[in-house]
Design a protein around this ligand. Structure first.
Ligand code: GLA
Length: 761
């Protein structure tokens, strides 16, 4: 078969990608000849090449470092390949049965086999609004596939960004048959990855121990990572993975492919390694108990997968995700985040007017900018005294707060801080007025009693039901219409789907619950953002249970974990940073002994860890000594200096806590490489301990940087304090830092950490 690389003529198209689907794109549609054509789309540094020919299966050719036209023309010919099958979107049943397939459906006539062959393709310039509302531009490759036996179409999309190394891929399944078809498998995308010494980095977790890094060599067989929680799809395993293509993962060297599925519900990732030369990565909605009936004329759109390639190791791939996230995913990612105090670990449910006022005054006195009142402020007939009642009854508990939210806003103003509030809008308790009124609004198996969650009474509202969607929207709408001064909302979700059943969906459509719930949730989030584009909203789900790129476009940040223990946070924040930027990672200074691990860590170390993310506090300041408050005041003031570097800068992970040698280190460097901040944490102490010197990364080798330690507690300055080093020296040698703090004898302890600010002259 003859192959030629087709140079695309591109025409500008200004419309939203969501609408692109079946519009005649006017452009460039090619009638594909019998010859295979290699189609390339690229980002600044990445190329993706596919091979298409009329009535043939679409094939993968290449994904990696951007190719020159010359190299494109000499790429191997996959249609002749005897080394691999390289399907781009294999469908089940006609020719593929033994290996994993991207799509499986039962046609109107009961036929379970599908054969997806190329009909057409087009490459269009796009310029539209990204999910976070920002303008973006890029190229969209649309490949239209069809089964010779059936009229239905599958549109496969690859959208390449012009200014960031990210290609998003997804598909539309358009039912043009005479009746309803049944979808039984519906991955968004398949990406072949050349075998070799490939390692995959993925994340496992649980409540209070999210994003624990797992690194393993890819081997024969199937590796399946999936979530079945129903609501909180990032609590256990995460839907983002990185492939290190050249042996064991390295932070700042080597080729890496990153793949982030962008879904808020149950997902499935399968890496299928058969006897060919490729690993096949599949990602999409988890089909378990989720068969989808697609009516005549309807289109099923799968979630996106965002791919990146970097030859600068895992940290390089992370930086690509961070840039993409800050530019196009997260809300307000160009605005510095406020330093806040959250009331939860300080007072738990013990909310009252005086207490809130005191906390506001305290955070203001330490230099904070925002106070967030957490759980426990609501409920009339059933006041929220603990976690066993009141969710759904979003009215102020007048006993606790006689002056209502008005009083809180007044005190916030008086204290010079902004005010934020906690809600858990998708939930109810069986002890609530809402449940008494609308028992039919909750998720529960037909004919059975509801299974009850937190507090022995928590139930989940059924967001597949439009009335419930309205109810959830109205919670936010009522708060923000009545109190437009509310600057911040913490949106929590503390339950999974505990038994299966929708009282809203028809009996034939019960299997739509997991999917329709999330369609409903996204609709509500979109409505909220359409009306309230400015309010800052935190995405929380029993901690980091909803750190995902389906929801983040509607939110500004997420709560990394309910575990605020600084030592465990180093591991969790390390894992979280693979895909999410520091500006999104809420990281709070809390009390000792820690409320989750009961570990006692000195305040200096707690500050140093929290300062590597979006800094906040979660503590009762009333219980802090003056010396502790002074240290926090210093930390907050120092953080304000480095806030733009942490929140908008580029991350270089330097030394992994997972290396097992008692050290972790990372740094952020500003875009212009004029400023950087370096973090160093000792994880355990031994006598006669030897730790490596950490080489820095990301600096300009020719610039000279002056070193200044932040959050300093030592009685004598570091040897490097105030000295100036070349970026070259710092990246080849690093700085010597003492393994312990030089403090008065009785102030010594077994913890040591450093935050070092570097400024180019
Ligand atoms: C969840 C959140 C916490 C806190 C509590 C309140 O556990 O993750 O931060 O808001 O709920 O009940």
């Amino acid at each position: 078969m003859k192959t030629k690389y087709m140079k695309q003529q591109l025409t500008f198209l200004s419309q939203s990608v969501g609408k692109v689907t079946s519009l005649a794109l006017l452009l460039l549609s090619s009638s594909i000849p019998g010859n295979a054509e290699k189609i390339e789309i690229h980002t600044p540094n990445n190329s993706l090449v596919v091979d298409l020919w009329k009535d043939g299966e679409p094939k993968f050719v290449y994904y990696g470092q951007r190719l020159s036209t010359y190299d494109l023309n000499v790429l191997p010919e996959p249609t002749n390949a005897n080394w691999s099958h390289l399907e781009l979107f294999p469908a089940y049943g006609a020719t593929h049965t033994m290996s994993e397939t991207a799509l499986a459906m039962t046609h109107v006539d009961g036929n379970m086999s599908t054969n997806l062959l190329v009909q057409d393709y087009k490459v269009t310039d796009i310029s539209d609004k990204a999910p976070n509302g920002k303008e973006r531009s890029g190229k969209l490759l649309t490949i239209t596939l069809k089964d010779p036996l059936y009229p239905s179409l599958v549109h496969l999309y690859y959208q390449a960004y012009n200014d960031v190394d990210m290609i998003e891929c997804w598909s539309d399944i358009e039912n043009l048959e005479k009746g309803t078809v049944k979808l039984t498998q519906f991955y968004s995308s398949c990406m072949p990855i050349r075998r070799g010494d490939v390692y995959v980095s993925h994340f496992h977790g649980s409540w209070a121990a999210e994003a624990q890094l797992v690194e393993e060599k890819l081997n024969n067989g199937m590796l399946v990572i999936k979530n079945k929680d129903g609501l909180r799809n990032a609590t256990t395993d995460r839907q983002e993975v990185m492939f290190s293509l050249e042996g064991k993962a390295q932070e700042n060297a080597g080729d890496v492919i990153g793949a982030a599925l962008m879904y808020s519900g149950n997902y499935q990732i399968t890496i299928d390694t058969d006897d060919s030369e490729y690993h096949y990565y599949f990602a999409g909605i988890n089909p378990d108990n989720s068969e989808y009936l697609l009516k005549k004329g309807e289109t099923f759109t799968t979630p996106h997968v965002a791919y990146t390639f970097s030859n600068e190791g895992l940290s390089g791939a992370s930086r690509n995700y961070h840039t993409w996230a800050r530019n196009y995913q997260l809300r307000h990612a160009d605005k510095q985040r406020d330093i806040l105090l959250n009331s939860w670990e300080g007072v738990y449910f013990d909310i009252n007017q005086k207490g809130m006022d005191q906390m506001m005054a305290d955070i203001a006195s330490m230099g904070g900018e925002l106070f967030v009142m957490d759980d426990g402020w609501f409920g009339d007939k059933y006041p929220r005294k603990t976690d066993n009642s009141s969710l759904g009854d979003w009215v102020v508990d007048k006993n606790k707060l006689p002056e209502g939210i008005e009083g809180l806003l007044r005190d916030a103003k008086k204290n010079g801080v902004k005010f934020g509030i906690w809600i858990e809008p998708e939930m109810s308790n069986t002890t609530s007025e809402l449940y008494e009124k609308h028992p039919d609004w909750i998720i529960k198996a037909p004919g059975r009693k509801p299974v009850l969650g937190r507090g022995g009474t928590q139930v989940v509202l059924d967001l597949s039901n439009p009335k419930v969607q309205d109810f959830v929207f109205n919670i936010v709408d009522n708060l923000l219409t009545k109190y437009p001064e509310i600057a911040y909302i913490k949106w929590d979700a503390n339950a999974p789907v505990m038994n299966h059943g929708s009282q809203y969906l028809s009996k034939n459509e019960q299997s739509h619950l997991y999917i329709d719930y999330h369609k409903g949730l996204i609709k509500v989030c979109q409505r909220i953002r359409d009306k309230y584009p400015d309010v800052i909203i935190q995405d929380c789900a029993s901690g980091g249970g909803r750190a995902n790129y389906a929801l983040l476009p509607y939110f500004d940040e997420f709560w990394v974990s309910d575990d605020t223990d600084a030592l465990q946070r180093i591991y969790m924040q390390w894992g979280t940073s693979y895909f999410f930027p520091a500006i999104a990672m809420a990281s709070h200074i809390s009390a000792t002994p820690n409320h989750q691990t009961f570990r006692t860590i000195p305040l200096k170390f707690r500050c140093d860890v929290a300062m590597s993310g979006r800094l906040g506090m979660e503590i009762q300041p009333k219980n802090m000594t003056e010396a502790e408050k002074t240290l926090c005041r210093q930390a907050i003031s120092d953080y304000k200096k480095i806030r733009p570097i942490v929140q908008f800068g580029n991350l270089y992970r330097l030394h992994s806590p997972y290396a097992g040698d008692n050290l972790a280190s990372l740094m952020y460097v500003s875009d212009n490489k004029q400023e950087a901040v370096f973090y160093w944490y000792k994880l355990e102490t031994f006598v006669n301990q030897h730790l490596p010197r950490i080489k820095m990364a990301g600096l300009d080798p020719s610039k000279k940087y002056t070193v200044h330690e932040l959050n300093k507690i030592d009685t004598t300055p570091l040897d490097c304090e105030g000295k100036t080093y070349t970026g070259d020296y710092l990246m080849k040698n690093g700085l010597e830092v003492p393994f312990k703090h030089i403090v008065n004898y009785h102030d010594q302890n077994d913890w040591a950490s450093r935050v070092i600010y570097l400024k180019a002259n």
